[in-house]
Design a protein around this ligand. Structure first.
Ligand SMILES: NC(=O)c1ccc[n+]([C@@H]2O[C@H](COP(=O)([O-])OP(=O)(O)OC[C@H]3O[C@@H](n4cnc5c(N)ncnc54)[C@H](OP(=O)(O)O)[C@@H]3O)[C@@H](O)[C@H]2O)c1
Length: 253
C-alpha cells in the first residue's frame, strides 16, 4: 500500500454525494412481494408511508411491521373511483407525497389461444387502466408542488416479447407507452418517472400462474428493493428513467 492510496480514496470520497431519500411515499401493491419489501426498507429509514393493497389482512400485517407512523387503506384500484379516492386519501394523510411506488399488478401467462376475453380484460384493467388512474391523480397532485417521482414496474415484458405472454405483455407495453407520454407532459412540471424493467422476481406473483418456473433462480425481492431505492436516492436533477435487471438464467432481449 503506497502512501498515496489513502489520499486517493479520501479524494474520491470527498467527491461523492451520498443521498438517502426519506420523503413521504405512497406505495400501491404494498400487500404483495415487491411492495411490502420496499415498504419495510423505507420504513427503516424513517420514511412516512401510505400503503395500499386489496387484501386488508395482509396489508395491515405489512403496515404494523412498518411502525406506528405508517398509514394503510385497502382498495381495489380497478373499482370505479377507487384509484382517485385512495391517492387523494394518501395525499391528505401524509400532507402530500414526493414519491409513488406503484406495485399493484397481476400476472397471466397463457398461450393466446387459451386466453379468455375475461382474462384479457382483467389483466388490462389492473395493469394498464388502474396504473393510468393512479398516475393521473398522483401526478396532478405532485405537479402542483412542482416535484415528485412516479416509479413503477412494467417488467421486462413491457419491452420484450415472450411466448405465452400476449395479454400480460399487452398490458405492460401499454404501461410503458402511457407513462413515457405522461413523462413528456409532467416532466415540464417537475414530476419524474422511473420504469423498472425487471425479469422474474421471487414473490407470490408466481402462485397460480402455473408455469413451473424454478423460483430459486429469480431475483430476490431484497435486490429489487435495492434497485428501487437506487432510483429514489439519485440526487436531483438526475432522473433514473429506466432500470433493466433480469435473473441471469431467465433473460429476454
Ligand atoms: N414478480 C415478478 O416476477 C415481476 C417481474 C416484473 C414485474 N413485476 C410487476 O411488479 C408488480 C408487483 O409484483 P409482485 O411480484 O409484488 O406481485 P404480488 O406479490 O402478486 O403483488 C401484487 C400486488 O398488487 C395488488 N393488486 C393486484 N390487483 C389489484 C387491484 N385490482 N387493486 C389493488 N391492488 C391490486 C395485490 O394486492 P392483494 O395481494 O392484496 O390482492 C398485491 O399487493 C406487478 O405490477 C408485476 O406485474 C413482477
Amino acid at each position: 500500500m503506497g502512501g498515496t492510496t489513502p489520499g486517493f480514496i479520501r479524494a474520491l470520497a470527498a467527491d461523492v454525494t451520498l443521498c438517502m431519500f426519506t420523503g413521504n411515499t405512497l406505495i400501491t401493491g404494498a400487500s404483495g412481494g415487491i411492495g411490502s419489501g420496499v415498504a419495510r426498507r423505507l420504513a427503516a429509514r424513517g420514511t412516512r408511508l401510505f400503503l395500499t393493497g386489496r387484501d386488508a389482512g395482509r396489508l395491515e400485517a405489512v403496515r404494523s411491521e412498518c411502525g406506528p407512523e405508517a398509514v394503510a387503506a385497502a382498495a381495489d384500484l380497478t373499482a370505479s373511483g377507487e384509484a382517485a379516492r385512495v391517492v387523494g386519501a394518501a395525499w391528505e394523510a401524509l400532507g402530500g407525497f414526493e414519491v409513488v411506488i406503484h406495485c399493484a399488478g397481476v400476472g397471466l401467462l397463457k398461450p393466446s389461444a387459451q386466453t379468455s376475453d375475461a382474462d384479457f380484460v382483467r389483466v388490462m384493467n389492473t395493469n394498464a387502466r388502474a396504473t393510468f388512474l393512479v398516475a393521473q391523480q398522483a401526478c396532478t397532485l405532485m405537479a402542483e408542488r412542482k416535484q415528485g417521482l412516479f416509479l413503477t414496474l412494467p417488467g421486462v415484458l413491457g419491452k420484450a416479447p415472450m411466448r405465452g405472454a400476449a395479454a400480460y405483455a399487452a398490458s405492460k407495453y401499454a404501461v410503458t407507452g402511457m407513462l413515457k407520454c405522461m413523462g413528456l407532459e409532467y416532466g415540464r412540471l417537475g414530476v419524474r418517472f422511473s420504469l423498472l424493467f425487471l425479469g422474474g422476481v421471487d414473490t407470490p406473483f408466481w402462485e397460480g400462474i402455473g408455469t413451473g418456473i424454478d423460483r430459486s433462480k429469480l431475483l430476490a425481492p431484497g435486490t429489487v428493493a435495492d434497485l428501487i431505492l437506487a432510483a429514489l436516492d439519485a440526487p436531483l436533477p438526475a432522473v433514473v428513467a429506466e432500470i433493466v435487471a433480469q435473473p441471469e438464467s431467465h433473460q429476454l432481449l
